[in-house]
Design a protein around this ligand. Structure first.
Ligand SMILES: *Cc1c(COP(=O)(O)O)cnc(C)c1O
Length: 602
């Protein structure tokens, strides 16, 4: 009898269990996954047959033998296999040799969730078009609220097509809130302007009055019989903003240039798109500088808040990033919230804090007290997320869920208020409600929510599920980093990669950046998805405009000569847990370093 050699000594049983959640690089789990898929499709067929059997059949066995029918059917089957063949040219994201962008193998539970949803095609725009899909979305939102550390009871959210749309949701809600608070205060100031009650109107204080302040103002307006229409007359979302700005200037007797958003330089480009779409223009983004570690600078944030208040610009929101697009870095969420809390307690200024955790949100499943792979700063930032106003998550990144699946969550129901719905922010979200009027998107597939729900129910959004998986990917990443470091190659590893991302540039000490950048680009091309190389990586670049303190510090460490305005990086998102497998015939880390050495020497 053949005995299988299993080097179990180093593999802990919980990590072995994780292997049941993926098909496996060689489709190892196909033996039981194919029957499961077959069972799923069979149940779908049976379900249809069971519903209105008395109706009789519309397609007869005779129809199916018809010449023309057979010809069209065979044609269709041929095209189906043509399509399958065509996709065999697709980027092989399932392979541990793919260490490029922020995607990897999808998990089996997510895939099954996605497939089952497709078979029913629910549209989560409303309960009428999705009876089960909308319920599952509610449940999946609750799972994500718990993962985020928000309360299930007070929090609110929905699924989006991705992180970009979730960031837009944050912008639209922060804008709705700012415009609403400002409108109530402006209406009150206007109602009292001719009386000796009138005090100087300050649009910044008005725009940050807080929900309690807002409620109080509404009570006062009611006492004075100011109508809802009159309040809307001061709302940026309903009026011509240019004309309204002029009226606000009339009230305050100072220039009014509209709100700004404070977004760190390490931002994803969705924020620029958002500034365009929401009409603020790029000028409305005030970039927060980065420190020497590539993270949002608290000193500069404080400076920008002071400046905005002095200049009479309301702050629509402050963004911090958990899992930056370039380095996977984590901003100091705790310290940012501390700054905002001080403004609130000292001056009654309520400022919205949004965390763009499209990439890093799922690291909330780590054991934040025991993780050995993540830095104390990263763990502290993750632990502070429950304090912020809202968050963007992308299950289609570290949730191992198929596209498209993003999510937007708020800590408090009232912050979920969405302007296009005209009956003020008193809607009862507790009763079953149709999301259509409250989402930027109209028709929405339930698939992303259902896939996420499946993974939460199976893998688990906790330290023994996703936490274990993600801790493993970060550990594999750091092991690769230390091997690369010791390999004696002309490589400089980028600091500040807090998570499971590894970035490096191919530079020799003292070399000009123009030379090392060119070498790095050449290495990228050897490992780009266009080539059939042994591995696939991605590339990014850091420029001095955004990363000045960081680059000054890092580039001087190898005495690089600055004759270019950017440093080109090889970027590897280590998401595939099988990269660290000890059972495979290749050791992927050693094999990658060999391939890299080979390219660097030619
Ligand atoms: C990926 C990402 C986004 C955009 O998400 P999409 O799903 O691609 O729309 C936004 N912010 C950050 C930090 C990201 O990593």
């Amino acid at each position: 009898m053949e005995t299988e050699k299993r080097p179990r000594a180093k593999c802990n049983p919980q990590e072995i269990a994780l292997k049941s959640f993926f098909l496996g690089p060689q489709a190892e789990n196909a033996t039981w996954v194919l029957p499961l898929l077959d069972g799923v499709f069979n149940r779908w067929v049976q379900w249809r047959r069971s519903l209105f059997p008395q109706d009789g059949k519309a397609i007869s066995a005779r129809d199916q033998k018809d010449q023309e029918f057979i010809a069209r059917r065979q044609d269709f089957e041929r095209v189906a296999y043509e399509l399958v063949t065509r996709f065999e040219e697709e980027v092989p994201k399932f392979s541990p040799r793919y260490i490029g962008h922020m995607f990897s193998e999808v998990s089996l539970p997510a895939l099954i969730g996605h497939i089952v949803t497709l078979l029913h095609n629910p549209n989560n725009i409303s309960g009428e078009s999705s009876r089960v899909g909308t319920q599952i979305e509610d449940e999946a939102v609750r799972f994500l609220l718990l993962m985020t550390g928000f309360s299930e009871k007070h929090g609110m959210g929905h699924f989006t097509s991705g992180g970009t749309l979730a960031n837009f949701e944050a912008l639209s809600r922060a804008h709705s809130r700012y415009a609403l608070w400002l409108s109530a205060e402006a209406a009150l100031a206007n109602a009292t302007r001719d009386k000796n009650l009138f005090q100087k109107f300050d649009p910044v204080m008005a725009a940050h009055s807080g929900w309690e302040g807002f409620d109080e103002t509404i009570r006062e307006l009611k006492e004075r019989s100011v109508s809802e229409k009159e309040i809307l007359n001061w709302n940026m979302g309903f009026q011509n903003p240019l004309e309204l700005a002029a009226r606000i200037e009339g009230l305050s007797r100072q220039e009014f240039l509209g709100p700004v958003m404070l977004v760190p330089e390490n931002k994803h480009y969705s924020w620029k798109k958002g500034a365009h779409l929401f009409g603020g223009g790029i000028e409305s983004i005030w970039p927060i500088r980065l420190d020497g570690k590539g993270r949002l600078s608290i000193d500069h944030l404080k400076h920008l808040i002071d400046l905005a208040i002095v200049k009479g610009r309301p702050i629509q929101l402050v963004v911090s990033v958990v899992g930056t697009t370039e380095l996977g870095g984590i901003d100091p969420v705790c310290e940012v919230q501390d700054v905002l809390d001080r403004w609130r307690s000292a001056s009654g200024v309520h400022i919205w804090h949004h965390v763009d955790a499209a990439y890093g949100g799922f690291f909330r499943t780590l054991d934040l007290k025991k993780s050995k792979t993540f830095s104390q700063n990263a763990l502290k930032a993750l632990a502070s997320i429950p304090r912020v106003n809202s968050i963007t998550l992308d299950p289609h990144k570290l949730g191992y869920v198929p596209y498209s699946s993003g999510a937007f969550l708020t800590r408090e129901k009232r912050d979920y208020y969405f302007m296009s719905f005209d009956s003020a922010p008193y809607i009862d979200f507790d009763a079953a409600f149709d999301r259509g009027p409250f989402t930027i998107e109209g028709s929405r597939s339930a698939a992303g929510a259902v896939a996420t729900w499946m993974t939460a129910k199976t893998i688990g959004l906790h330290p023994k599920g996703y936490g274990l998986l993600l801790e493993r990917t970060a550990r594999i990443c750091r092991e690769l980093e230390s091997k690369v470091e010791k390999a004696g190659l002309p490589i400089q590893i980028a600091p500040g990669c807090d998570t499971n991302i590894l970035c490096f540039t191919c530079a020799r000490p003292g070399e000009a950046l123009s030379v090392s950048n060119q070498r790095t680009i050449k290495i990228f091309e050897a490992f780009s998805p266009k080539n059939n190389g042994a591995f696939i990586v991605s590339k990014t670049s850091l420029n001095w405009a955004a990363y000045s303190a960081y680059l000054d510090e890092w580039v001087s460490q190898w005495s690089g000569q600055r004759d270019a305005n950017e440093v080109v990086l090889i970027r590897m998102c280590m998401m595939n847990p099988f990269f660290g497998s000890i059972e495979t015939k290749v050791n992927y880390a050693d094999s990658f370093i060999d391939a890299l050495r080979c390219e660097l020497e030619t």
